[in-house]
Design a protein around this ligand. Structure first.
Ligand code: ATP
Ligand code: MG
Length: 594
């Protein structure tokens, strides 16, 4: 599948000019860039300092760091100076409560200003932040509190009552629970403490704990798309990659108004919804509400968003609504649109150009990589359907596969795939935001590396121009009659059919072919799941894909997604085969295909 590049205008290229800081980094590598980090006065690196305090005393201090849009309406603005003070107070509250450096502090909060204050304050106090998705039920919350051994939880009274209180006795490490929405007059709830009065009484001053670049800052759980979620450990020095990648891959610059739609419970929402944009001095938009097409267009318009980072599922939902924008929509401030999390179908890239006025820049990374690794860079041409090229400072390659479908490692050495050959996507180990471990799973961490490469578990190919094309997760690839088929390519083709809104493709066991390609298809509004339509989509697939087209097709009302927006093919597979569903703690909606 080859696609024509989308040309940028001269102005778009000029605007993507690199800053002196980045030129230094590009020419001299990560060590030179490290020197360009401000660092803490007196030595050390701390994410909260790089994100907020270093802007104090500059004109940025009085610029809004955050514009928070309440679900019920209304906007709260917090400047960089206010964010610095509030996070100092929060760090004092933690210290006074006896929370120590290195303690894990879990955040179970919706998208609210307290979330920003809490994670910045926890870093200032030298703690390890563990973001939890606020829509998790009691069991995933308990699991993650237990695995992380968190001593401290920041949450609301309602969340605590529903999700934590029932399991509190089973969490002996959890000593401090701070509730963001209760006061001294509220009736006491177990042995929790009220945050607002403690904040009011705390000092504005806090000397940031002098963390080093290798000190852990974040424990991030993966999305659980392929199995049990894993806790990836990230260090304070990762902030260098956060900042540089946001500049290159998202084109972020001071003065931008930036909206990252991901929830900070996931790595995208933390890295690019909190840290990276603050390091670059932009104004963040944070919306408390869930997806709603009309609301989203209104936000882009009213907040004059200039850079927008979202996900394929959201784009597909907007596409489903049609090409006509709601009356009053004005996207003239928008300069750059990017997407992550799942393969971005070429349809969506082109739709962006047509409807939003900007082709969508796909980029690729993982919880483990800590920052964007491969991207359709701001300064380069987009290839619709491709994830783009490695960022400066990142070396990516494709490794030849062994019989198990993962990179073949022989006597500790790997073998490299040719151009256009499908293999396992790997990254040269050692970039600043690389994860430093899976929490309490040393062996699993060691297995993720070979011959100096981090093995991503994703299959891809690289074309002659160095663009990477996603094929699928190693676990998802279908082996049918001697063909190796990536579900994404099949799904993309099906989605080009006018009646198809979304497709999920798996292999179903077959005595002759080994596996047959089976598609689960969700229709666009206005289309009925008739036999004719079934046959028409099958024929459409066959015309486009030939031998690798789906042989079986099932209509479904909803595909199962993870809460971070990925199609959970392992669940389609388990249901198809009548097997146990496994860990579904990160499942968004229970699409029923039986
Ligand atoms: P788990 O590791 O628990 O199975 P997960 O891999 O979905 O869950 P994340 O770290 O949130 O957890 O997601 C990273 C994965 O998302 C990548 O390995 C890749 O499979 C997919 N992904 C991310 N961005 C892209 C992209 N631009 N194109 C295709 N796939 C992407
Ligand atoms: Mg993964």
């Amino acid at each position: 599948m080859h696609w024509e590049p989308i040309d940028k205008t001269a102005q778009e290229r000029a605007e993507a000019n690199l800053t002196a800081y980045d030129m230094a980094y590009q020419g001299f590598g990560w060590d030179a860039a490290r020197a360009a980090l401000d660092g803490l006065p007196g030595g050390g690196v701390n994410i909260a300092h790089e994100a907020v305090d270093r802007h104090l005393g500059t004109p940025l201090a009085d610029v809004p760091a955050l514009r928070w849009l309440a679900a019920a309406g209304g906007v709260t603005t917090v400047t960089y100076a206010e964010l610095a003070t509030r996070s100092n107070r929060f760090a004092n509250v933690l210290r006074d409560a006896g929370v120590r450096r290195g303690d894990r502090v879990c955040l179970l909060l919706g998208r609210t200003p307290e979330l920003f204050v809490a994670c910045l304050g926890a870093w200032k106090a030298g703690c390890v932040v563990v973001p939890l998705f606020s829509a998790f039920g009691p069991e995933p919350v308990r699991q993650r509190l237990e695995i992380s051994g968190a001593t401290t939880l920041i949450t609301t009274a309602d969340q605590y009552r529903r999700k934590v209180a029932p399991n509190r006795a089973a969490l002996p490490a959890l000593r401090h629970v701070l509730l963001t929405d209760v006061g001294l007059d509220d009736p006491p709830l177990d042995d929790t403490a009220a945050l607002p009065p403690a904040m009011a009484a705390a000092s504005d001053e806090f000397p940031i704990v002098r963390t080093g670049p290798e000190d852990p800052a974040l424990l991030h759980f993966t999305s659980g798309t392929t199995g049990m979620p894993k806790g990836a450990v990230h260090v304070h020095g990762a902030v260098l990659a956060h900042r540089v990648s946001a500049h290159y891959a998202l084109d972020l610059r001071p003065g931008d108004i930036f909206w990252c739609t991901a929830d900070p419970g996931w790595v995208t929402g933390m890295t690019y919804g909190v840290i990276a944009p603050l390091t670059l001095g932009v104004t963040l938009i944070s919306d408390e509400a869930e997806f709603d097409a009309r609301r989203w267009y209104d936000i882009l318009t009213a907040e004059r968003v200039s850079v927008w980072y979202t996900a394929p599922t959201a784009l597909r939902m907007l596409m489903r609504r049609g090409d006509e924008l709601p009356p009053g929509t004005d996207l003239s401030c928008l300069r750059f649109v990017a997407s992550v999390g799942e393969p971005l179908n070429p349809e969506a890239v082109v739709w962006g150009k047509r409807v939003l006025g900007h082709a969508v820049h796909d980029n690729w990374w993982q919880t483990e990589t800590g920052a964007i690794m491969i991207a359709n860079l701001a300064a380069e041409q987009i290839r619709p359907g491709s994830m783009g090229r490695p960022l400066p400072g990142i070396t990516a390659t494709i490794l030849r596969r062994g019989p198990d479908g993962r990179a073949a490692v022989q006597d500790g050495a790997v073998d490299y795939a040719a151009d256009d050959e499908v293999g396992e996507l790997a990254l040269r180990a050692g970039w600043p935001s690389m994860f430093r471990g899976y929490w309490n799973e040393t062996a699993k961490y060691a297995r993720a590396f070979a011959d100096g490469w981090y093995l991503s578990g994703d299959l891809a190919r690289r074309d002659r121009d160095g663009y990477f094309w996603f094929v699928g997760r190693a676990d998802d690839v279908i082996k049918s009659a001697g063909h190796l088929i990536g579900p994404f390519e099949v799904e993309s083709v099906l989605m080009a059919h006018p009646a198809v809104a979304e497709a999920g493709v798996i292999g179903t066991p077959d005595p002759v072919a080994g596996e047959l390609v089976k598609a689960f298809v969700q229709l666009r509004p206005g289309h009925e799941p008739t036999e004719e339509l079934h046959d028409d989509i099958i024929a459409f697939g066959r015309r486009q894909l030939g031998a690798v087209a789906p042989k079986q097709l099932v209509f479904t009302d909803a595909l199962p997604h993870t809460r971070s927006g990925k199609v959970m093919r392992r669940l389609l597979k388990a249901r198809d085969r009548g097997l146990p569903e496994g860990d579904v703690s990160t499942l968004e909606n229970a699409g029923d295909h039986r």
